[in-house]
Design a protein around this ligand. Sequence first.
Ligand SMILES: [Zn+2]
Length: 86
Amino acid sequence: MSDEKNRFGDKLHELEKARENLWAAEQDRKLIEQMRARVKSGQLLCPKCHEALVERSENGVIVMACPKDEGAWLDSVTLKRVLSNK
Ligand SMILES: [Zn+2]
């Protein structure tokens, strides 16, 4: 009897875990959808103010800059080039 109870407990635990995984998968799916929508619209958004980033040239380096001047973003290749050009 107690063995059966334990098995039931295990099943409940598994169910709980499965629910958590479902929830996590749902969150991932939402994030991916948001990213896809951004890519589709061809816009990268500022992570701070969510305005569309604008392309700007700073000292010959193209950066994606926040229109409110909260910052600028570089892709990894550009960043490495800037860092090696001290
Ligand atoms: Zn911003």
